[in-house]
Write a protein that binds this ligand. Structure first.
Ligand SMILES: Cc1ncc(COP(=O)(O)O)c(C=O)c1O
Length: 420
């Protein structure tokens, strides 16, 4: 199998760096893509489960745009709804009926939802959730889980390298606890009586670079009870997991009911929209906040989201994505074993994280990065630091192709991998 070459990509990067700080900034940038030269830099077109880079290389995309690609790139049903709405209008002085249609669909689909509001990015709705929690409780503080990501507003970041402009004063209202540790949450509530507005967390723990962790038995029920008995707003950040584990919400999947739920990535198959869903008890607080943006009530993304959610439910995309993720991760563990390696997969199968385990952990990370790089250079786009995603457009044939590539990647490493 020929490995991919990149020439136009690096040339575009040089051009970009002249006029854009870092060339590509944020999560689509190259900071974590090690070794850099194994990865494509710019994409040119997409279809289904695939993207093609500017050098014409074709990739089976297990990053799915970091989540928005849920049905398959250029999904015909979503794009037809988009084209139909585009002929009428997009961004005007008044919202269209599409706004209400989508809110009704969210309320029908998401188990805990009595109402919905819409923004553009995940960070817009996690910030909105905190604002509403503060308005509802008259309190300031928020309990967050260490290592979790909720977006880029200063209060969601941590000061340090790569986080310019953020200082400790941005985080004065934050209290951090470990994942799966209800005792720490209880202690934080005791230490800050009558001051905590919100407990915000993803439904399970999916930080970068470490095994993802499911909630322990009874964890969410304990957190639910603590929040209820202390008047704290329980907010689930379902920006990444939403519609990938259960279309009715990840709180439903884990058997509890959140007060606020944040959605984004999979809502509209890549069209720009995020959503906050809430319980009736918080409707007045939601009415009391001022929150808006130039494009937030534009009609096309509402049409896209309505078509996307309807199709996810109609075709049972959740089940399909889980099946593909299970086949791929189980297959990968077997292929690794056949080459004498141990690979572990964690997280929900449709949002899996993988890593290699070795006696010498110093070697495990460079080996893992080298393995991923060999897969990428052969057309299976994975990353070594982040969880990956499956989408509805992926097929069993795609999984077979991926496993054949993994097999070849191990052969290549057996010949050439050296620890520096
Ligand atoms: C769990 C979670 N919350 C919030 C965000 C922020 O979303 P956005 O980048 O759209 O602001 C992300 C983005 O990756 C996320 O994964």
């Amino acid at each position: 199998m020929e490995t991919y070459k990149y020439s136009k990509g690096p040339a575009l990067m040089a051009r970009a760096e002249k006029v854009i700080p870092k060339g590509i900034y944020g999560h689509l940038g190259a900071t974590y893509l090690i070794p850099n030269e194994a990865y494509p830099l710019f994409s040119e077109r997409t279809q289904g489960a695939y993207f093609w880079d500017v050098d014409g290389n074709k990739f089976l995309d297990y990053m799915c745009g970091f989540g928005p690609n849920i049905l398959g790139y250029n999904d015909p049903d979503v794009d037809a709804a988009v084209m139909e709405q585009m002929k009428k209008e997009n961004c005007s002085t008044k919202p269209t009926e599409k706004l209400i249609e989508l809110a009704e669909l969210m309320v029908d689909t998401v188990d805990m939802a009595d109402w919905a509001m819409f923004c553009k990015n995940g960070g817009d709705v996690t910030s909105l959730a905190l604002l509403i929690a503060r308005a509802a409780t008259g309190r300031r503080k928020v309990i967050l889980v260490k290592g979790s990501y909720h977006g880029v507003s200063p209060w969601m970041q941590s000061p340090g390298p790569g986080h310019g402009g953020i200082g400790p004063e941005d985080l004065t209202d934050n209290i951090y606890v470990d994942w799966n540790n209800a005792d720490q949450v209880e202690q934080a509530i005791r230490d800050n009586p009558g001051q905590i507005a919100c407990f915000m967390s993803t439904p399970y723990w999916h930080p970068v670079s470490v095994d993802n962790q499911m909630p322990a038995d009874g964890y969410w029920q304990k957190i639910r009870n603590l929040c209820t008995s202390n008047g704290i707003v329980l907010t689930i950040d379902d920006v990444r997991c939403g519609f990938r584990m259960d279309a009715a919400g990840s709180d439903k999947y884990f058997g509890f009911k959140a007060d606020l739920m944040c959605f984004c990535k999979s809502l509209a198959n890549g069209w720009t929209i995020s959503a906050l869903c809430g319980a009736d008890a918080l409707k007045d607080a939601a009415k009391s906040v001022f929150y808006t943006g130039s494009y937030w009530l534009a009609a096309v993304p509402f049409a896209a989201a309505t078509a996307c959610i309807s199709k996810i439910k109609r075709v049972n995309a959740v089940q399909h994505m889980k099946g593909i993720g299970e086949k791929f991760t189980k297959g990968l563990v077997e292929v690794a074993k056949s080459h004498g390696h141990k690979l572990v997969a964690s997280g929900h199968p449709s949002m899996f994280f993988i890593r290699h385990v070795m006696e010498d952990q110093q070697t495990a990370l460079p080996f893992h990065r080298a393995f991923i790089a060999e897969c990428v250079k052969r057309g299976v786009y994975l990353t070594s630091f982040h969880n990956m995603f499956t989408c509805y457009a992926m097929t069993d044939k795609d999984v077979e192709f991926s496993l054949a590539v993994a097999d070849e990647a191990y052969r290549e490493l057996a010949k050439n991998f050296k620890v520096n």
